[in-house]
Ligand binder design. Sequence first.
Ligand code: GLC
Length: 547
Amino acid sequence: MVRGWWHDAVFYQVYPRSFADGDGDGVGDLPGLFARLPYLRDLGVDAIWLSPFYRSPMVDAGYDVADPRDVDPLFGTLADADRVFARAHELGLAVLVDVVPNHTSRDSAWFATALASPPGSVERSRYLFRDGRGTGGDEPPNNWLSQFGGPAWTRITEADGRPGQWYLHLYSPAQPDLNWRNLEVRCEYLSILRFWLDRGVDGFRIDVAHGLVKALGLPDVPPGVPQGWEGRLRHRLPYWDQPEVHDVYRTWRRLLDSYADVDTGGGRRGRIAVAEVWLPRAQRSAAYLRPGELHQAFDFPFLLAGWDPVRLRAAIDDALAATAAVGAAPAWVLANHDVVRPVTRFGGGALGLARARAALLLELALPGAAYLYQGDELGLPEVEDLPDELRRDPVFAHSGGRVPGRDGCRVPLPWAGEAAPFDFTSGETAWLPQPASWAELTVAAQRHDPDSTLALCRTALRIRRTHPALGARAAGRGLTWAEDELPPDILAFTRVPGFGCAVNMGKAPARVPVTGPLLLASGPVEHTGTGDLTLPPNTAVWWSALA
Ligand code: GLC
């Protein structure tokens, strides 16, 4: 396998509206990010992935794109984007941007012309318009459900004022799904990719990558098959993971490869794409990484395994085997802007934080790339008590308030100071309020504290860059589990040459054979040098056998 720069890189997800605000309106933006880029260089990541900053009515926080070739004024201008790309490259950081090909915004020019054109027109065929079922076409064309709740179809009013066709939206009604069996759609997205590649981005994160092509005839989901979260993980649904979607990515790969020799700064070559594929088994996501297809696919089984050593180990083994079989490497993920933050997922409070720190060391010790979500380096918890009236995630409204939605992991970062908005903005308030308790979690508060999560993350990334068993320098592609009579709730493995990692996921301290001096521990441990170590629960250690 030829190893590209991305194989073992650490990517940091910037969620622009919550990273840093440059103009004082309380919403993060590109100038804010520009000013804070040195922080990311100092953290020691290799690349950033920027969530959408395109023109959008912001129904789904920018994942409803009205113009994919322009920056929304909320976030700045195209020139601001260019400045971010150039400065990131100067600092040695690669830049991925999001591409959202499954749907556009309802406010896009294409959707406007589709609405203004008659059924059966070329303009409508870019989307999935269908006649309704039942008398007068009053029923949706099939039984598909939106991921955000309710039917996946909305009926339009035709130009003559009569109730008309229905259009498909796997997400909110403000996000009409495109028809990827239409050649014009395919060409348009190649042109969008080229637009950003020409501006110097190093690649793309592909939103809902497994959803673009729908089964021919848009058949009903069989009765009894759940279509929500569980459904997408257990069953083959007619709108996910259809074989023809791979043709799309083979074309994208050829485009990306045609830019292979164009240096984007810092001598980095090779443009890449990472797929957001929510699929149950690594074997299915690895199909997106076959030769001639994409570079990476997020490993969500790792994220979904929770604090469960058996599931985690299975997820790790599956991902390593499945990616190796196609000549690729895993891309580990513990968090993103769609899921509850690890500290809270793992139990909250001091327990959750201890586990999140241990999980971070586990993630960063594994062979392959790692994705970090902004704020996880600070050990931020989910904000669970946001007032309902401030919640913006459409999931909240579509579920009639039953599902809190994803705002709790999107609260703006605390940078410095004793009170909100913690230097996130020069304005008075951030777009979502930060808890007062975050005064202890600001970057400034953690920067000089050797026991802070920020210090742990920085040290881990430094070791990852320099140790010959880790990161880009890694000699071996795999890991070896330590089998010798360890209790099942200890995950312990070694990598060559001379690196070990152990995590105690049990409730009691456990003896772990440590063959050299400790490099790093996620919490307090005592170790005299070599020999067995008593590893406290909810703690991870790295050790070296080199010295
Ligand atoms: C992806 C994004 C999520 C968005 C959805 C629809 O899953 O990560 O934030 O709501 O796609 O675009």
